[in-house]
Design a protein around this ligand. Structure first.
Ligand code: PAF
Length: 280
């Protein structure tokens, strides 16, 4: 596996791969790999001849009071895991390489970034779309793979790719969960044992909602009332949002149907966690 820190070198390497007739899959990450990341890599491995993984903790997608400084990092361990997954290139630029002193451009996807996490984290999605567009221009992949846990992020990136005519296929990968249902996330490493128990409120709520829907409940208000009561029964949990939204427009729904996604964000102690899932 090649480890590349420079943008110029990454672009030259991708160009050579393309000239050799290879297809390239990109898995963008912020590192501190867990099984969820490794599954994205395995998926990418199957989709293309060459697999590039980017590892960059992107400062412009963190708000001033968010966890940029303490975001977990372990480059040595990540490099070993990526190598084991037969990654061809681990692209790990630093912030100065990605954002020079004159940097002043942002990409904004307008309406899709307003609800859900967009309401709680102003500027977050501009930071995501900007870095992802840069990675696309640097790596020039044929396909890029994103986890469905960050469901709004995936919808926003698909919109950007369509709107800006990136010739890249965006592939979503199903949420990878721990044995008890907690969605895998680098931020799970912040949780104390008690908080880890409370974090199950997300998956339990999803299961409760699915159970209610399979028993015939389609009214979103009644569903949300039950879910909120369930979430509040877990110690240390503050709900940021719980909503049933249309999977394409992210608009809130009144009735559950096949296009409905339950989207949730909570704080467990100081840790913000998200989860989502279909209801039928
Ligand atoms: O999902 C993430 O890890 C990040 O938001 C991404 C897509 C790598 C952009 O920094």
């Amino acid at each position: 596996m090649e480890i590349i820190h420079s943008i110029a070198e990454m672009t030259a390497t991708s160009r050579q791969m393309r000239q050799a007739g290879s297809t390239i899959a990109l898995v963008p990450t912020m590192g501190f790999f867990h099984e969820g990341h490794l599954q994205l890599m395995r998926f990418g491995r199957q989709r293309a001849d060459r697999l590039v993984v980017s590892l960059f903790v992107n400062p412009i997608q963190f708000g001033p009071n968010e966890d940029l400084q303490r975001y977990p990092r372990d480059f040595g361990r990540d490099a070993t895991l990526a190598e084991q997954e037969r990654v061809d290139v681990l692209f790990a630029p630093d912030s100065r390489e990605m954002y020079g002193p004159e940097f002043q451009t942002r990409i904004t996807v307008e309406h899709l970034t307003a609800p859900l996490c967009g309401g709680q984290r102003p500027g977050h999605f501009d930071g995501v779309t900007t870095v992802v567009a840069k990675l696309f221009n640097i790596v020039h992949p044929h396909s890029a793979i994103f986890g469905e846990k960050d469901f709004q992020q995936l919808v926003v990136i698909r919109r950007m790719v369509d709107d800006l005519n990136f010739d890249i296929t965006i592939l979503g990968h199903v949420i990878v969960r721990e044995h008890d249902g907690l969605a895998m996330s680098s931020r799970n490493s912040y949780l104390s044992p008690d908080e880890r128990q409370s974090a199950l409120c997300l998956y339990e709520s999803l299961q409760l909602a699915r159970h209610m829907v399979s028993a015939g409940e389609v009214d979103v208000d009644r569903l949300l009332k039950e879910i909120l009561a369930r979430m509040q029964s877990y110690p240390g949990v503050t709900v940021d949002y719980v909503a049933v939204v249309d999977q394409a427009t992210l608009q809130e729904k009144k009735k559950v149907d096949r296009s409905a996604i339950l989207a949730m964000a909570v704080r467990v102690g100081a840790t913000r966690l998200i989860d989502n899932g279909r209801l039928c």
